[in-house]
Design a protein around this ligand. Structure first.
Ligand SMILES: C[S@@+](CC[C@H](N)C(=O)[O-])C[C@H]1O[C@@H](n2cnc3c(N)ncnc32)[C@H](O)[C@@H]1O
Length: 348
């Protein structure tokens, strides 16, 4: 999958094939306006308000304390982007919006949309990062707990669907007893595994601010498995995370680190995991297929600005795993998150 202008008529299709449409103008101006319209509708509460039922623009303006002119402009934009439907002057949510952006939906990604306000700001450093090769240090710079909250609640939104699929794929064969979730932050993956394996306990290893938010999320969303999840504070590159694990998760973590650090992390996992144990790595890996390469190349720009890592090639990660001694390395592409892949590797 990819983002792009989609012709609506045969003539537009023909003109796009003839290369007479100024795609660079559309790809920048229109894409930017659509992105910002969806973010604003989310932040201003349009989706939340319409989740209660259809409303006219005047009713919405009153409910959300907005001026009618701006609100109608925003409604028109999100209507044309497919998020809102208008019938006889009343607005309601499209099925896409109802499922993905209303706070009451279990699949809502509205925190992730909020997190993109921070990414919007950060991407202002892209040209500087490309020129100088310097990155902001994401985890040192996110000092503000509000930003940590948007970051981890946002990733938690994405984890809910990915975790379900990863668990269903049965990449873990036996009945594991102890799981280590390195950089597990919000705890969504640990909770999904604990729900799937009734005797499983999980240790989430992360930075202190992430643990503060992770604790909050676990208590709020996963009361049924709270007593089987433990948080352990530390730095991946420096601290020990114990031994005796049957499963180790590295979900969206390797893209924060440099190749040498990743090789060290893989070596350290080898010393921590039981024989027959499984390491699962989730990331936007390059070089798997067209969708993963597209997403990985876009995500890489954020990694470039924010961290010293990158979207690594699948074969590179596979080589590092082999070098660390892992066997039976398998790759699965996620259906719910086109562009994300899971690598499973075993310690024999
Ligand atoms: C992109 S998030 C991934 C969160 C979760 N695993 C997921 O897939 O949604 C990266 C996580 O790694 C943690 N992290 C980054 N650098 C770390 C370090 N040096 N030591 C411990 N945790 C770290 C972050 O705090 C964050 O929770």
């Amino acid at each position: 999958m990819r983002i792009g202008m989609i012709p609506q008529t045969v003539l537009e299709w023909f003109l796009s094939k003839m290369n007479v449409i100024p795609f660079p103008a559309e790809d920048t101006f229109v894409a930017m306006m659509q992105t910002r319209a969806i973010m604003a509708a989310n932040r201003l509460g349009i989706f939340t308000s319409l989740a209660k039922g259809p409303a006219s623009s005047a009713e919405l303006a009153r409910d959300l304390s907005c001026q009618i002119r701006g609100l109608e402009a925003l409604l028109e934009a999100v209507k044309n982007a497919g998020y809102v439907v208008e019938q006889k002057g009343r607005y309601s949510l499209s099925p896409r919006a109802r499922k993905w952006v209303t706070p009451d939906s279990s699949e809502s990604v509205n925190w992730f949309i909020e997190f993109n306000y921070d990414n919007w700001e950060r991407m202002g450093n892209l040209e500087e990062s490309v020129k100088t090769g310097k990155s902001l240090d994401l985890h040192a710079q996110l000092l503000d707990i509000t930003q940590w909250r948007r970051y981890l609640y946002g990733l938690h939104d994405l984890s809910r669907m990915a975790a379900k699929e990863i668990v269903l794929r049965r990449l873990v064969r036996s009945s594991p007893k102890l799981l280590l979730d390195i950089g597990g932050g919000h705890g969504g993956y640990s909770a999904a595994f604990c729900r799937a394996y009734p005797h499983l306990k999980s240790v989430i290893f992360d930075l202190p601010q992430a643990i503060e938010i992770g604790n909050e999320i676990i208590r709020k969303h996963y009361g049924d498995v709270t007593d089987r999840i433990e948080f352990k504070e530390g730095d991946i590159t420096k601290d020990s995370w114990g031994t005796g694990y049957d499963v180790v998760l590295l979900m969206n973590v390797i893209h924060h680190f440099e190749p040498e650090q990743i090789r060290q992390i893989f070596g350290k996992i080898m010393g921590t995991i039981n024989s027959g144990g499984v390491l699962l790595i989730l990331d936007q890996l390059n070089n798997v297929n067209k969708s993963t390469s597209y997403l990985a190349s876009m995500a890489e720009l954020l990694f470039l600005v924010m961290t010293s890592g990158r979207s690594y090639r699948f074969d590179t990660v596979q080589d590092w795993l082999t070098e660390a001694g892992f066997k039976n390395i398998r790759l699965k592409n996620l259906r719910v998150g086109p562009g994300a892949s899971v690598l499973a590797a075993e310690k024999s």
